[in-house]
Design a protein around this ligand. Structure first.
Ligand code: F3S
Length: 62
């Protein structure tokens, strides 16, 4: 599973980080940092929870 952040859509709600800090890092302004990597199987559920929590739908799972 891969996760990417659409930084143009991210508005800094930080819910992704609150639910899954192991997957989603924030920059100093509270926006999700771009992420481009394979999510280990044990973190896939958390990655999904974080993505579903984003009100901007800025997190894309593939
Ligand atoms: Fe951004 Fe959505 Fe997270 S707006 S900080 S990707 S909850």
């Amino acid at each position: 599973m891969k996760v990417s952040i659409d930084t143009a859509k991210c508005a800094g709600h930080a819910r992704c980080n609150a639910l899954a800090p192991e997957v989603y890092d924030l920059d100093d302004d509270g926006y999700a940092l771009p992420l481009d990597g394979e999510i280990p199987p044990e973190l896939e559920e958390k990655a999904r929870d974080g993505a579903e929590s984003c009100p901007e739908r800025a997190i894309v799972l593939a």
